[in-house]
Design a protein around this ligand. Structure first.
Ligand code: SF4
Length: 343
């Protein structure tokens, strides 16, 4: 098992190819069948109203803003129907932190979706769950249990950014703390629910802070085994206020190095995602030799990252082709990384 110091040394090492090959060896041990997976799903951003003012976010609108919205249920249903029509298996539903929406609103939404559709609901990242709990006067455990009972299937890892309170204080001062992010995942895992872990890097953090993030994720996984995947991606600066101080986005080299070190450090998490949405198809393809075994979603719709300047697009056929060209077998998966019942 790699120590924190060893991980920091790797971040400082110029041996990009050596790090990539070591990560590729871990990927081969965990996924010897040479399959690279992807999912067909859709992001639905149910509201963009938010009270948190994160400096890296170009998506939110303050309360009362003329461009703010809460999607009507009928619109959400229509988006789900379109997802199913395109062969999709799940939706990733996330939104801003709305100060007036109590748990009953979310329960009603989950229930009314499940009454109409057979679809996996991967919804509400930690900051949203913390917000729902606060607004509703509930514990985190009761909040998650009630959402689960209403139809929530799993929880996305969003809102992690860098799990270090000094970084969070600088870029997302009002949003949930490192401990709160961890508590949501721990409680969800204890309730038998699976979740993912993410990391948004390149927002001015130190190498040590990045490694502290990996360490916390590894510790949670040691305790519960509840994470299905780790998804690192880079801060996109366009249209964000943080982009005025962090002038340089992480390069493809930095992305690949971070991806590979994540694969090496988190050898207790099955899946690591190589991101085409933020990196483009070519870098994503290289990432499959730097530890990645999954390319994420055919994004039918994605508002948050594209508001901040990531404009890559791909069809299912294109994704299958880049996977095949890289020497792997493409396979559709569901939100829980299961492929056995799909093509
Ligand atoms: S990242 Fe999320 S919590 Fe932060 S401002 Fe944007 S929508 Fe709100």
């Amino acid at each position: 098992m790699m120590t924190r110091d060893e991980a920091c040394d790797l971040f400082r090492s110029p041996d990009l190819i050596g790090i990539g090959m070591a990560a590729d060896a871990v990927r081969r041990t965990l996924h010897p069948e040479g399959v690279v997976s992807y999912i067909i799903d859709r992001n639905i951003n149910y509201t963009n109203f938010c009270t948190e003012y994160c400096t890296f976010c170009a998506f939110y609108r303050p309360m009362g803003h003329s461009e703010g919205y809460i999607l009507p249920k009928e619109v959400i249903f229509q988006k789900i129907q379109e997802t199913l029509d395109l062969g999709g298996t799940g939706v990733l539903m996330q939104g801003g932190l709305h100060p007036d929406l109590k748990i009953e609103w979310y329960e009603d939404l989950m229930r009314s979706i499940k009454q109409r559709f057979r679809i996996h609901l991967h919804c509400f990242s930690s900051p949203e769950i913390v917000n729902i709990a606060e607004v509703s006067g509930l514990s985190l455990r009761d909040t998650i249990a009630r959402l689960r009972d209403a139809g929530l299937d799993s929880i996305p890892g969003g809102g992690a950014e860098i799990l270090d309170d000094a970084v969070r204080h600088r870029i997302s001062r009002l949003k949930c703390s490192t401990q709160e992010w961890a508590d949501v995942h721990l409680e969800a895992h204890r309730l038998g629910m699976r979740t993912t872990a993410t990391m948004m890097f390149g927002c001015g953090e130190t190498i040590e802070q990045r490694v502290a993030h990996l360490q916390l994720v590894r510790e949670i996984q040691e305790e519960t085994g509840g994470f299905t995947a780790f998804i690192p991606w880079t801060f996109q600066r366009e249209n964000t206020s943080l982009g005025r101080t962090v002038k340089e986005e992480a390069t493809a080299v930095e992305y690949l190095k971070t991806l590979a070190i994540s694969r090496l450090y988190l050898d207790n998490i099955d899946n690591v995602q190589s991101s085409w949405v933020t990196q483009g198809l070519k870098t994503c393809q290289v990432g499959l030799r730097f530890g990645g075994n999954d390319v994420g979603s055919i994004m039918i719709e994605e508002n948050v990252v594209s508001s901040a300047g990531a404009h890559h697009r791909a069809s299912e056929e294109e994704l299958r082709r880049i996977i095949r060209d890289a020497g792997f077998v493409p396979r559709q998966r569901d939100t829980l990384y299961r492929t056995f019942f799909l093509n």
